[in-house]
Ligand binder design. Structure first.
Ligand code: ADP
Ligand code: MG
Length: 289
């Protein structure tokens, strides 16, 4: 927290994204399901924040509300001082399932070009080339998505998000559908991009190691219906590396802390009569290197 300016801390004043008492209830024909109980947190400019919580706790629902794709039932998301009421051009979203987010009949270059509506052709060409360069795919511009590996397809999706030079990058479990080595490479790629493009980033994941490795702060969600269990500052030095960072005792302490908080939150929510019994507690796997 920065020093106080008439009751408003400097860091808070610079917050890019504010989530205030946001809740979402899905209304079915016969029943309703509370996906998000009540969630409040902020993301500061250029910060890397990760929301971590078990499957089904409402992470995708939360990101869709922030992206303006779903209307919250309660509360609001505010980006750069404006309440989110629909999709905003300053935000870009990367989904988990790259196979459904890329168009198989368009080349890599055309997939990345697609969301760019303004500017001259040569400006758009330049943005696309720079974005594909940033994800290491400059040599694959004329390939089709189905000619690429899963990890490369997800890099195309990341390049497409970058092409519009968003001020807020939203990522929904973007590495969940690739193998472990590719996942580690993509984590490092996103960290590098976050630095190079100085883009405020909000990532959601169920992976505890990933949340600690990537972030400046981790928002720990309880299981469904979600509320914020804890906001944890990750003061591991940057640049981080898979080998050194994940081998450090500080990393081990932080991941154990997140694991305990999630387990505790799950135990508490089991006591609440409204909570879903199907919500799963994540296993703490051996540390990935
Ligand atoms: P997560 O991304 O953390 O796995 P989701 O946001 O996908 O969680 O889902 C949170 C809860 O909301 C789950 O119980 C899920 O079944 C429910 N849910 C998600 N989407 C819908 C929908 N369109 N209609 C009704 N319930 C939904
Ligand atoms: Mg999800």
């Amino acid at each position: 927290m920065g020093p106080d300016l008439m009751g408003v801390s400097v860091d808070e004043a610079r917050s890019a994204l504010a989530i205030e008492s946001l809740g979402k209830t899905y209304l079915g024909r016969r029943s309703e399901s509370v996906a998000i109980g009540e969630v409040s947190f902020d993301v500061r400019e250029r910060e890397f924040v990760t929301v971590v919580g078990p499957s089904g706790c409402g992470k995708t629902t939360l990101l869709k509300c922030i992206a303006g794709l779903l209307e919250p039932t309660r509360g609001r998301a505010t980006f750069a001082g404006t309440a989110v009421t629909g999709p905003m051009p300053a935000m870009a979203l990367v989904f988990q399932d790259y196979s459904r987010s890329l168009f198989p009949w368009l080349t890599v270059r055309k997939n990345v070009m697609l969301p760019l509506k303004s500017g001259t052709k040569s400006e758009r060409e330049r943005l696309v080339a720079e974005s594909l360069d940033a994800v290491g795919l400059a040599d694959f511009v004329n390939h089709f998505p189905w000619q690429l590996s899963g990890g490369m397809q997800q890099r195309v999706a990341i390049a497409r998000a970058l092409a519009s030079r968003p001020r807020l990058l939203l990522m929904d479990e973007p590495f969940a559908s690739v193998d472990a080595q590719t996942r580690a490479d993509l984590e490092d790629l996103v960290l590098r991009i976050h630095g190079e493009f100085a883009v405020t980033t909000l990532l959601v994941t169920h992976d505890i190691d990933e949340s600690v490795y990537m972030s400046d702060r981790v928002i720990i969600l309880s299981s469904h219906p979600s509320y914020v269990q804890e906001v944890l500052t990750i003061d591991l030095p940057r640049p981080r590396t898979q080998e050194l960072t994940k081998a450090s005792p500080e990393f081990a302490q932080l991941r154990t802390h997140v694991y305990r908080e999630i387990t505790k939150a799950h135990g508490e929510s089991r006591q609440r009569p409204s909570a879903s019994s199907a919500a799963d507690v994540p296993e703490l796997p051996p540390a990935r290197r």
